[in-house]
Design a protein around this ligand. Sequence first.
Ligand SMILES: [Zn+2]
Length: 183
Amino acid sequence: MTGKGHHAVGIGAALMSYAALIGRGYEEPMALIAAWAVLPGATAPDWLEISRGGGKKRRPLITHRTLTHWLPLWIGVFLWTYHQIGISAHYGWFIAWGFSVGALVHLLVDVPNPLGIPIMTPWHRVSLGWWRSGEMEALIITVFAIGGILSVLSAHGMLHPDLWVSWIDSLSLRVETIWAQFS
Ligand SMILES: [Zn+2]
């Protein structure tokens, strides 16, 4: 996936992370800073490779898709920081947790293309080979965006079936009043 694609996917993932924390009863400010941290995290596996030189001479300090794309590393950070949130609820842990969520989402969208990501060791990559990097980007971004919006709505109780019913009721009432004016 391209850098821009990772950014866009990160926005949807940030919304979902926010919703996940709200749903678990964490305070709004903490959920918000965690969500913000998802954004740099979503591109982190690429920029942590620290590229030197520009254009075609561009060479990363860490070989592309090795250590910074290593799945166990980010799962470890994710579990450890979530555990720490439960203990101290310090905002630093929320930032670190959000960052790791972003990185995991980055790996998730990198694994379908031929280069894949390292899973067992940092140097042995696994690929699903579903599509090439850059393909399916619009679809993946859309899925994450919709998922993000729906999860935020549901975290604030706006997807509750009763609410749907009352929304439809008030909408149909409005339509009826407008209709009545014309007939
Ligand atoms: Zn990557």
